[in-house]
Write a protein that binds this ligand. Structure first.
Ligand code: GDG
Length: 736
């Protein structure tokens, strides 16, 4: 039976120590509730750090207690907590991902420990994970874990979800260990973020940092494809809707009402202590409101809950002092005998009290500078069972992408926040109802259970897609079968693409002339009278002639437009070429605007190369060119082919697949082998009969049956074949 493993930095548990005894209690945050439906079932399990340092001699005891709750601990030492958690996670990744770059401390020791702790998690997971299991990793503390697990459990289904924003490439690239981080996450089959903006940023970062390609929401690595999608996290709607009916909550609501003056409105704000939450800016907006609109004095109170968090980190301590000071100033300046503008609490409260606050607040003020999602805004909406109340929400919170009936503000614009408060304080009941009702429907539908279901469903689909497309490595039994068929056959056709298949890639297209080793290899292969070796390339026929004209090889150039048979080059019957002038004129305008790009003209095609252009700009222009020229190309009967940093416009009649099948059309054969790395080789793989050994080079996502990793592996395979020809020749000589 396969199982599901949830992994997060912290286990959903609170451990406290009383009289030298550990007391465990489940902590039912939103995430734990949503994932409860998974990890509490059967042999499923949640792996994470229990939240406190447990001395080694007591770890077995804690482990046993946790395992009874389907939890599996990864114990961290105090040093690891300092360097991995407070250090790299909270002083590098957190500030950079929230665009607070000046707070980041890029310490080598932090990074070393981050890697070490991710490996520690890997070791724990490998101990319990099997190849058929599904693994869901959470958040930025474990960015390296997907790839680490993939190395040990290759076929596992791995999902990764990041709860905080993913910054734009320009910000992310500041991290010295950026490439390792991205490579780490790409071990997953599915990567999830809260919003589409995060997805966009991740896609552009991955494609700029690594030699991967992307299309729509998919990143294609050499041997795997990774889906990247947005899943806006929701809350336990039913819980927040029902809480206000509880007796205890009702009592809190009554107390709150009594504690404030009649006709006074409550503005509520709830956050963890964090510079990303915009707490100071919110206070400044209150100050501005009281300064510019003294008529509101006494008409509202701000209830501001700040939950203690990370207060060992200097920036957090400093922030706390600044909040204390500003609250003090505002109250000192505007307080009257029976009214205080700000009621500030630096502590956490039980859920029942929070619910009473949500239910009593006329306005909820949520103004983070950056926030992955922000659940407080959704909890407020869910708690408004009478559909009244106003939500003021920062456009920098992921939640603003869904809750667009809130009053949306830019948190850097204090005047904007103040104005929203004025609007909220005066908003007619009817408008409140309309806005709140539509937000409630949304929060109800896209709740936490929906989020969990959707992610798991897409994770399964991602894995299925992966399996459907995946080609087998041409080693082991596959190789044996290929070699045996080779040995026992007499009429063999071997189709070889050139660039990327027989040769490595070079920035300069003229610098990849064949080397001595390749010549010797091709010579040896073609010496066997049973072998027909065909070089089938996109290159010009003049080039192939220059390189291979002297050899006993079949040559097909320009994707099949030219073919050499009986020492004679023939081109396809004349195809019209008028289209070239029109397409070239447009391509030239793009070449003028894209340094490093150039146009290559072949007999039946025009190629726009952008390998040497700035990566992002080249991709952007390629997209523009395709959009611009697609209608014209269709009109002229041309095929537009996107290759490795090239776009090729060619006559639809010209196609490597057609030429390969034409070549073997009326001939006898009992062994077909085709090797190619480019998407134009896919046409050959599709055109050849199912019995052919088709081998994609450099990726296992292909219509080919098998794959090899690079041109060196291709040469090794061909050498093996050539050696076998020699052996069997000698063998035959002896027998005769
Ligand atoms: C990260 C991302 C993303 C607050 N005070 C008390 C209390 N809370 C609860 C709230 C809410 C949660 O804490 C805070 O969640 P947020 O989403 O607002 O913020 P982060 O903690 O920064 O969470 C964030 C989230 O992950 C999920 O993906 O939305 O963007 O930064 O649920 O109710 N709970 C109790 N007492 C309190 O005093 N019991």
């Amino acid at each position: 039976m396969s199982k599901t493993i949830i992994i997060s930095n912290r286990l959903p548990i609170k451990i406290t120590e009383e009289n030298c005894q550990y007391q465990l209690s489940r902590s039912e945050g939103g995430l734990a509730t949503g994932l409860g439906s998974i990890y509490k079932n059967g042999n499923n399990i949640w792996v994470g750090w229990p939240g406190i340092e447990v001395p080694p001699e007591r770890q077995d005891d804690v482990r046993a207690q946790l395992e009874a709750l389907n939890l599996f601990p990864v114990f961290l030492t105090q040093e690891e907590i300092n360097l991995f958690y407070e250090g790299f996670s909270n002083e590098v990744l957190w500030p950079v991902f929230h665009y607070a770059v000046t707070y980041a401390k890029f310490e080598q020791a932090y990074w070393d420990c981050y890697r070490k702790v991710n490996e520690k998690f890997r070791d724990a997971v490998i101990r319990i994970a099997e190849e058929r299991d599904t693994i869901w990793i959470h958040d930025y503390q474990l960015l390296l874990l997907p790839e680490l697990i993939r190395e040990g459990r290759e076929r596992c289904t791995i999902g990764f979800f990041q709860h905080i924003p993913f910054p734009s490439y320009e910000i992310f690239r500041l991290i010295p260990w950026r490439t390792e981080l991205i490579n780490g996450v790409l071990g997953a089959d599915l990567i999830g973020f809260h919003t589409f903006d995060d997805v966009r940023h991740f896609m552009s970062t991955a494609t700029r940092l690594l030699p991967v390609s992307s299309s729509a929401n998919m990143i294609v690595k050499k041997d795997r494809q990774v889906l990247v999608e947005s899943f806006a996290m929701g809350i336990d709607f039913n819980l927040f809707e029902r809480l206000p009916e509880q007796q205890e909550v009702k009592e809190h609501i009554t107390e709150l009402k009594e504690s404030i003056g009649k006709d006074q409105k409550i503005i509520l704000s709830i956050d963890r202590l964090d510079y990303s939450k915009g707490i100071l800016q919110r206070l400044q907006a209150i100050e501005l409101l009281l300064n510019e609109h003294p008529e509101y004095a006494g008409q509202f109170s701000l209830y501001m809950i700040v939950v203690p968090s990370r207060d060992t980190v200097p920036q957090y301590r400093e922030l706390r002092e600044q909040i204390d000071q500003l609250v003090g100033n505002i109250n000192a300046h505007y307080r009257t005998l029976n009214w205080s503008p700000v009621h500030y609490y630096y502590r956490s409260f039980p859920m029942e009290f929070l619910s009473a606050l949500y239910a009593s607040a006329d306005i909820c003020l949520v103004t983070p500078m950056r926030d992955g999602m922000n659940l407080v805004s959704k909890e407020y909406v869910a708690s408004r069972t009478k559909n009244d109340g106003v939500l003021i929400l920062s456009e920098m919170a992921g939640a603003s992408k869904e809750l667009n009936d809130a009053l949306i503000v830019n948190p850097n614009n204090i005047g904007d926040i103040m104005q929203a408060m004025v609007t909220a304080l005066n908003m007619p009941e009817q408008e409140q109802q309309t806005r709140m009702q539509s937000m409630r429907e949304l929060v109800k539908k896209f709740n936490i259970h929906h989020w969990v279901r959707l992610f798991m469903q897409r994770l399964n689909e991602a894995k299925k897609m992966q399996n459907d497309l995946i080609t087998k490595y041409a080693g082991g039994a596959v190789r044996e079968n290929l070699l045996t068929t080779y040995d026992t056959s007499e009429e063999r056709y071997i189709f070889l693409d050139y660039d990327g298949t027989l040769m490595g890639f070079s920035g300069d297209i003229d610098k990849v002339a064949p080397d001595a080793e390749l010549y010797a290899l091709l010579q040896k292969l073609s010496d066997d009278p049973s072998n027909h070796v065909v070089i089938i390339s996109g290159r010009r026929h003049e080039t192939l002639e220059q390189w291979f004209g002297h050899m006993k090889l079949d040559l097909i150039a320009e994707h099949g437009a030219w073919q050499k048979a009986d020492d004679q080059w023939n081109s396809l019957p004349l195809l019209t070429e008028q289209w070239k002038a029109e397409i070239r004129a447009v391509l030239e305008t793009y070449t003028d605007r894209t340094p490093g790009s150039f146009i290559e003209e072949k007999s039946y095609s025009l190629v726009w190369h952008y390998r040497k252009a700035d990566a992002g700009l080249g991709d952007l222009r390629a997209g523009e060119i395709v959009n611009h020229l697609k209608p014209l190309a269709a009109d002229k009967g041309l095929q537009v082919m996107l290759g490795n940093k090239v776009i090729e416009f060619k006559n639809i009649e010209v196609n490597k697949g057609k030429s390969a099948s034409n070549l073997i059309y009326d001939r006898k054969y009992d062994f077909l082998l085709a090797l190619g790395d480019d998407h134009t080789d896919e046409d050959i793989f599709k055109a050849l009969p199912a019995s052919a050994f088709t081998v994609k080079v450099g990726s296992n996502i292909s219509a080919a049956r098998f794959y090899l990793n690079d041109f060196k592996e291709v040469r090794r395979l061909l050498t093996e074949l050539a050696d076998r020809s020699r052996r069997s020749e000698r063998h035959q000589l002896k027998v005769h």
